[in-house]
Design a protein around this ligand. Structure first.
Ligand code: C2O
Ligand code: CU
Length: 471
């Protein structure tokens, strides 16, 4: 009743019926009805046939996991079952849930043991594009495939002909199709994380997606890779960004033309199929200019859906987020150090940092490498207060920094106010960049702040923010 597994999604992408004017969406889960989700070993055809399939870990045997769909204001009730040999948990990335439902193993709940289960239950106050994944240890569980989309539909969605969810994943595969083991390797951890050698969209390499000329699509793009950043280029088509990390933003064309999405992040775009009858438009990842490749092909059919692209309104209604009070804010400086730059470890000159490096910790948050479960909080915030955090990236690498339990505004970059003051739960910092974020700390509990390059997180790029009532 929830979902749409990846098989039916594939059928949906290529099905002729999908070209009609109405969006064929899975039925939203009934509010309050308990649904189940099982993490277990599975097999997936990640390489193009006749190459071999790949042993993966999946939810309900699907890759990506089933798309969970709800309506704004619904209550999610989901029993997670563990069919793996390893303990696991589920984190609801971007959703403002009560702390005990946040799914961070060892912090907000004990791990779900093999054969065990855990009931997640919470309200969904915000519409948008979210996702779920294990929050257990390092990069292995996502690197083996465990991830799925969670969509919360607006009460009054914007008008489009069709909506597609694109789950991007990145794999490091052997010739024979198996996943290369070693998920938190030292070399990956000190550099850009575990970048793979095979990218899939909804479990398929560079799928061909049929669209009708002048059809209007809403794409909900989720970067579920453990390290890879995408800069998606749509060639002659003109994507308009309408939401970031699920949160509506003033519709705008992306800076530099490409849609930049770091691990953990989501972008909703409106895309009109203006390529012309018969046009095959590749969607390319240009993040590494020396290694551009196709993520998908948008194959325009011969029969236009209408004479011109539609001019329907694209602005989404905002979610009920608490506006930060910038005049009465506490300010914090959070400095990230570590990683390699040429032969040098960046900024790790203090003796405590050198000692931590000996123990395999490669990244530092205000001088400390942590797993985000132990030790004192980086920031203690009084419930209801506004926090402004200046995130300073003193490393040579990109980092998508994710805060749990809250959504923040990105207010400046390198001292310049941002054009859209966008709401986000994950913000991508370029090398050496300084980014200021602001949020109302209204959700009590201990929340993680960490890099979503998971090998960085596992090597120390994590901290805790504690939100509590005044003593
Ligand atoms: Cu998407 Cu702390 O994670
Ligand atoms: Cu990082």
């Amino acid at each position: 009743m929830t979902s749409f597994n990846s098989l039916s999604r594939r059928g949906f992408l290529s099905g002729a019926a999908a070209l009609g004017g109405t969006a064929l969406l899975p039925l939203p889960a009934r509010a309050g009805t308990e649904i189940g989700l099982t993490a277990a070993p599975a097999r997936a055809q990640l390489l193009a046939p006749p190459r071999p399939d790949t042993p993966v870990w999946g939810y309900d045997g699907a890759l990506p996991g089933p798309e969970l769909r709800f309506r704004q204001g619904d209550r999610l009730r989901l029993r997670a079952r563990n069919g793996l040999d390893a303990p696991t948990s589920i984190h609801w990335h971007g959703l403002r849930v009560p702390n005990a439902m946040d799914g961070v193993a060892h912090l907000t709940q004990p791990p779900i043991a093999p054969g065990g289960d855990f009931l997640y239950e919470f309200d969904l106050p915000d519409a948008g594009t979210y996702w779920y994944h294990p929050h257990m240890g390092g990069a292995e569980q996502l690197g083996r495939g465990l991830a799925g989309a969670l969509i919360v539909e607006e009460e009054a969605p914007i008008r489009v002909d069709r909506e597609l969810v694109w789950m991007l994943q990145d794999w490091r595969l052997e010739q024979g199709g198996e996943i290369v083991p070693g998920f938190d390797g030292r070399h990956d951890a000190m550099h850009g994380g575990r970048i793979g050698n095979h990218v899939t969209l909804n479990g398929q390499p560079a799928p061909r997606i049929e669209i009708a000329p002048n059809e209007r699509l809403r794409l909900r793009i989720v970067n579920a890779a453990t390290a890879r950043i995408f800069a998606l280029d749509f060639g002659p088509l003109a994507p308009v960004v309408v939401a970031l990390d699920g949160q509506p933003v003033a519709p705008h064309t992306p800076e530099d033309g490409a849609v930049l999405i770091g691990p953990g992040m989501r972008t909703d775009i409106v895309l009109d199929a203006t390529g012309g009858a018969g046009a095959a438009v590749p969607v390319r990842d240009l993040f590494r200019p020396d290694g551009a490749y196709d993520v998908a092909t948008l194959a325009h059919g011969d029969t236009p859906l209408r004479a011109d692209a539609p001019d329907w309104d694209m602005a989404l209604a905002p979610n009920p987020l608490p506006e930060p009070d910038l005049d009465a804010a506490s300010r914090h400086e959070v400095v990230f150090h570590g990683g390699m730059m040429g032969q040098m470890m960046m900024g790790a000159d203090a003796p405590e940092m050198i000692e931590q490096m000996r123990q395999g910790r490669m990244w530092f948050v205000n001088g400390r490498a942590a797993d985000g479960h132990d030790g004192p909080p980086l920031i203690a915030a009084e419930r209801g207060s506004t926090q402004i955090i200046s995130l300073a990236n003193r490393t040579g690498w990109w980092h998508p920094i994710h805060l749990h339990g809250h959504v923040f505004r990105v207010i400046s970059r390198d001292g310049r106010p941002t054009a859209h003051r966008e709401w986000r739960d994950t913000v991508l910092m370029a090398p050496k960049e300084r980014v200021e974020i602001a949020f109302r700390a209204d959700n009590p509990g201990d929340w993680m702040l960490h890099c979503h390059v998971l090998a960085h997180q596992a090597a120390g790029m994590a901290a805790l923010i504690r939100v509590a009532d005044a003593a």
